[in-house]
Design a protein around this ligand. Structure first.
Ligand code: BAL
Ligand code: ZN
Length: 846
């Protein structure tokens, strides 16, 4: 496969003034007619007229009304393009119903839908399918489906046809079309300038009762973007469509967002608080793309973080405003460490702005998204809130309608703030997670407290040498009694080694470092557990307080794993004191007692140079939980009772926080009562949050057989709930059973490998069951590999994405490494392996 490099970027030889598309829908013989007005691009040096095209049957091609001879070349066609303005017309035939890759135009449960990002439009018609080619689109859809949708504003509509017109120039990746037997959950929004916008969530009739939450989230997002970023919606209508078969979470097509049904449909009976929170965030994310992604798009796919990092950052800000900011930060950091850190510390490590790829679909990664968002957060910390707001205003003013680059983005900040961002730009180009180590010094005579920081980043693929980065380190100082004696300050680290000093202190302070996780680094602090316990009890920064408790728990767990130690009394004592504090926000309190997961422990061991033993980690994790339950015994039942809610289920911060705390306590109570309370919660629950938490506890306690059957019988008609049913059984299976349970479920009549949600619920859950996946027999590796090989023929994108389950393989012992390597080589040897999967496996093998 061909590698594409950022350095090779050249503009396309032509500009497009308008695109007219007509679709004559048919499951296997859809005709797409295109009429495109091209003119030479004065800024281009290469005027080759090349149009991308894949899996298309060309029926006819004309230039200015005359048949034209085209040359079919790799990835598309070429024709002799005149050196003047001209009209290209083509007719192609495509087969949506056999398109299982879910890219381009495809069918999902009888409805037509599209996914064009990144390079799916070339499966719809011949076109310069690159984000820097922007045009207005007029679309006519002919089909017998009652609802026919595309981007922009609605035009003429009649029996068997509908027309749509999008006045905003856009790249082809934002094109969308939907046709099906759908009903709308309607809403409306009046923008800040008084324009009425029609809102719709389009679903199958049986899902109408699951739309209200998503509609409210959409209105909240529209309002928030006006209030916080001054961004107003720019069409008469905003449509969202729920689709069952979808590779991603959702897609921000202009005016017609298409959502994986799991990312928009919700009801209290069928969705958990976590689902509601995710839906709210994804609806916001896709809506926010209207400005950060659509009005200002990316010049090329290397700039993906320009829209994704910024839009994730914006959706994180939104969530923090809608819910608890403290808890939101913890959740973001947990996700970053679980998904991005392993990526950045393994063979798939790549810069936030990659410089080469074979298949761009493989770069929709935690690094581009989540680390990309962290980079923006650091930029805001460094320049300050007001300067950030000014810079964003300038960005929207200067680049509206552009296909922009990271250079453009940083130039805006330089111009708005006068700051030189040359060194900061390394965050975009240098991969790897920096380590920041810190040592302390106290000069009692002068009352000077010093923190000396040293930063380093290990080599990553293709990058042996790393330069020091700009790292904003938030520091606060506490007195030995736990009073804050210095509020949070930002120390800007720019050198490899640099010292921070606080002067004029009367006592040696206790520092709280990297508050709020002010930079995506690994902080190495040589502190003992007494200090950690102190911070766990007293830190005035909520993030660092939680972090101290987690570090203490992690250290206790590692001691159990490595030295067969007993669970740390210091930790259990500290936890008791903190956990008893009922003035704390319940959601935050639930996180205070959560322990690091097994994969996290395995990575921590590997980073210390210790080979992780998945069985030992699993056993220690269970024993640790039991010890917590024993130590907190008398507190548990009152906390459980205090956090039950009378009245109807409301998926807001307050209610979800109480349920999170009660359910976290239930998991400890189950360690003591063997599942009695879980059984009664399971039977009484009127909402999925409590139902699923109880079911998980019953399964974990080995008492889940009847409940699993009852749950299935109750929900077998609801695909999204049955995804949970598949996932839970695999995720909670014991180490010896996980591969067997996953295999048995793949034989269940409801298993459907063509549905990415169901595939991930089953095989993704296996990859996430640490001790089961890494079972010494290799059964976990084999089952996943068998299915990846099968799926690759149908859906390369989801297959490739799931290969990352193997990215940590070099952390394990030689036997496990050999088992995994054999499976990776088996995938690579598959005849006709997709470009997506081939690139992933080659990179993982290193
Ligand atoms: N642009 C792909 C889906 C998303 O990030 O919103
Ligand atoms: Zn996005």
């Amino acid at each position: 496969p061909q590698t594409i490099y950022l350095k090779d970027y050249t503009p396309f030889g032509y500009l497009i003034d308008s695109v007219e598309l007509t679709f004559k829908l048919h499951p296997t013989k859809t005709r797409v007619l295109s009429k495109i007005a091209f003119r030479p691009n004065p800024e281009a040096t290469d005027n080759r007229f090349f149009l991308h095209g894949e899996d298309l049957t060309l029926i006819s091609a004309k230039i200015d009304g005359q048949d034209v001879t085209v040359r079919h070349v790799d990835g598309g066609l070429e024709a002799d393009g005149p050196a003047r303005a001209f009209i290209w017309e083509a007719e192609v035939e495509i087969s949506p119903s056999t398109n299982t890759a879910l890219e381009g135009l495809y069918m999902s449960n009888g409805m037509y839908c599209t996914q064009c990002e990144a390079e799916g439009f070339r499966k719809i018609t011949y076109y310069p399918d690159r984000p820097d080619v922007m045009a207005t689109f007029d679309v006519r859809i002919e089909g017998e489906e009652p609802i026919l949708l595309s981007n922009g504003n609605p035009g003429a509509k009649g029996e068997g046809f509908a027309e749509w017109s999008d006045p905003w120039k856009k790249p082809a990746y934002l094109f969308a079309l939907v046709a099906g037997d759908l009903i709308n959950h309607p809403g409306s929004f009046t923008t800040q300038s008084g324009k009425d916008v029609e809102l719709n969530i389009w679903v199958r009739p049986w899902d109408e009762h699951k739309c209200a939450f998503g509609m409210q989230a959409l209105k909240d997002s529209m309002k928030w973007d006006e209030d916080v970023y001054g961004r107003e919606y720019d069409l008469d209508i905003f449509n969202i469509v729920a689709v069952d078969d979808f590779n991603m979470g959702a897609m921000e097509n202009k005016g017609l967002n298409i959502f994986n049904s799991s990312a928009v449909l919700a009801s209290p009976e069928t969705s958990t608080d976590a689902n509601f929170k995710r839906i709210e965030a994804i609806i916001a994310h896709e809506y926010f793309h209207n400005w950060t992604g659509n009005r200002i798009t990316c010049r090329d796919w290397f700039q993906l973080c320009l829209k994704e990092g910024l839009t994730v950052y914006r959706d994180q800000q939104f969530t923090a405003d809608m819910r608890s900011g403290d808890v939101a930060r913890i959740e973001n950091v947990l996700a970053l460490r679980a998904r991005q850190f392993p990526e950045d510390q393994g063979p798939l490590s790549h810069p936030v702005r990659p410089e080469e790829f074979q298949e761009i679909n493989n770069f929709y990664t935690a690094t581009v998204y989540e680390k990309g968002a962290e980079v923006i957060g650091m930029l805001k910390t460094l320049v300050g809130d007001d300067a950030y707001a000014n810079a964003l205003d300038l960005y929207f003013e200067r680049h509206d309608g552009d296909a922009a680059t990271i250079e453009d983005w940083l130039k805006v900040f330089e111009d708005a703030t006068g700051r030189d961002l040359t060194q900061f730009k390394l965050w975009y180009s240098q991969s790897g997670t920096p380590k920041v180590s810190v040592s302390e010094d106290w000069d009692a005579e002068s009352g000077t407290f010093s923190l000396t920081f040293t930063q380093s980043t290990a080599p990553t693929p293709g990058q042996d040498v790393k330069d020091p980065k700009v790292i904003p380190i938030a520091i606060g100082l506490l007195s030995p009694e736990g009073e804050e004696i210095q509020a949070t300050e930002i120390f800007e680290m720019t050198e490899a080694t640099q010292t921070y000093q606080a002067k004029g202190l009367s006592v040696r302070p206790v520092p709280s470092i990297l508050r709020g996780f002010s930079a995506p680094v690994i902080l190495e602090q040589d502190i003992d557990n007494t200090r950690r316990a102190f911070l766990f009890a007293h830190d005035t920064d909520s993030f660092n307080r939680w972090e101290a408790g987690r570090d203490l728990a992690r250290d206790a767990l590692l001691d159990m794993i490595e030295n067969d130690a007993a669970p740390s009394a210091l930790y259990l004592d500290s936890l008791r004191k903190v956990f008893a504090d009922d003035t704390l926000d319940p959601a935050y309190r639930a996180y205070l007692q959560a322990q690091p997961g097994e994969s996290d422990l395995a990575r921590t061991l590997a980073a210390k140079g210790v080979t992780p033993d998945p069985d030992k980690i699993h056993a220690a994790s269970k024993a640790f939980k039991q010890a917590k339950a024993d130590a907190l015994k008398d507190l548990l039942r009152p906390i459980y009772e205090d956090n039950q809610i009378d009245g109807p289920f409301v998926p807001d911060a307050e209610g979800s926080g109480k349920r999170a705390l009660a359910n976290s306590v239930l998991s400890l109570i189950t360690k003591l009562d063997g599942g009695t309370l879980a059984q009664s919660q399971f039977e009484a629950a009127d909402n999925m949050t409590q139902k699923l938490a109880a079911l998980s506890q019953l399964v974990t306690a080995g008492k889940g057989t009847d409940a699993i059957t009852a749950f299935y019988d109750q929900w077998k008609e609801d695909r999204l709930v049955i995804d949970k049913w598949f996932s839970l059984q695999v995720a909670l299976a014991g180490p010896d059973d996980a591969a067997k349970v996953a295999t048995a479920l793949t034989q269940h009549p409801d298993f459907d490998m063509k549905n990415p949600n169901r595939f991930r619920a089953t095989l993704g859950a296996l990859a996430g069951n640490h001790a089961g996946f890494h079972h010494k027999s290799g059964a976990g590796y084999k089952v996943l590999t068998d299915w990846l090989i099968k799926l690759d023929d149908l859906n390369p994108q989801t297959t490739a994405r799931m290969c990352s389950a193997f990215q940590t393989w070099k952390n394990y012992d030689p036997d496990r490494q050999a088992l995994i390597k054999a499976q990776l080589e088996r995938i690579l040897a598959k005849e006709g392996l997709s470009r997506d999967t081939s690139e992933m496996i080659t990179r993982i093998l290193g």
